[in-house]
Design a protein around this ligand. Structure first.
Ligand code: HEC
Length: 149
């Protein structure tokens, strides 16, 4: 009992501020990991038509926040109650690693490199989804843009 409480407190201490009671894998993915990844991918995509320099800096800033968020949530995924057996934690760590390596690329506003990192990020998402979400493929990223089916 005491151990359980201690683990909970540790989890709360390392978790992003947004971790709410009642969060499930689905809500973590839909409201945190996926938006963070979209912002990260936007750094490597063609800029929207007519993007002003101010909008561009916002886009890069959002990508950096996305990289930070994925690193934080990747830690949460490795903790109870979310961690699972098998390759799960390795996949969460891969997401963290790619997000971490993406940070200097985003800070340098290097769109070509950011595109490449985006492909690697996709692979990290897919690796976990293929193993742990076998029937949800229609709505969940599975194939890397660099590695089409
Ligand atoms: C360690 C495993 C793991 C990693 C890494 C992971 N996911 Fe997921 N993801 C899941 C699981 C499990 C579900 C199914 C959740 C459920 O509905 O129970 C899921 C579901 C989703 C969903 C569907 C959410 C919904 O509304 O139903 C999206 C979108 C998603 N993930 C995006 C991503 C993206 C983008 C990445 C990479 C940046 C990623 N995931 C990385 C395990 C992972």
């Amino acid at each position: 009992m005491h151990l359980r409480l201690a683990l909970t407190l540790v989890l709360i201490a390392i978790a992003p501020a947004a971790l709410a009671r009642g969060d499930t894998m689905q809500t973590i993915m839909a409201t945190h990991v996926n938006p963070a990844a979209l912002a990260f991918w936007a750094a490597g995509n063609d800029p929207p038509d007519g993007e002003t320099p101010a909008q561009a800096s916002l886009r890069w800033a959002a990508a950096l926040k996305g990289a930070e968020a994925m690193q934080a949530w990747g830690k949460v995924l490795q903790q109870p109650p979310f961690t699972r057996s098998g390759r799960w934690n390795d996949d969460a760590r891969l997401m963290i690693e790619v997000a971490r390596l993406g940070e200097p690329v985003i800070r340098a506003h290097d769109a070509a490199k950011a595109f490449e990192m985006g492909g690697r990020l996709y692979d990290a998402c897919n690796e976990c989804h293929k193993l742990y979400v076998p029937r949800r493929g229609a709505t969940i990223p599975r194939e890397s843009p660099l590695n089409p089916p």
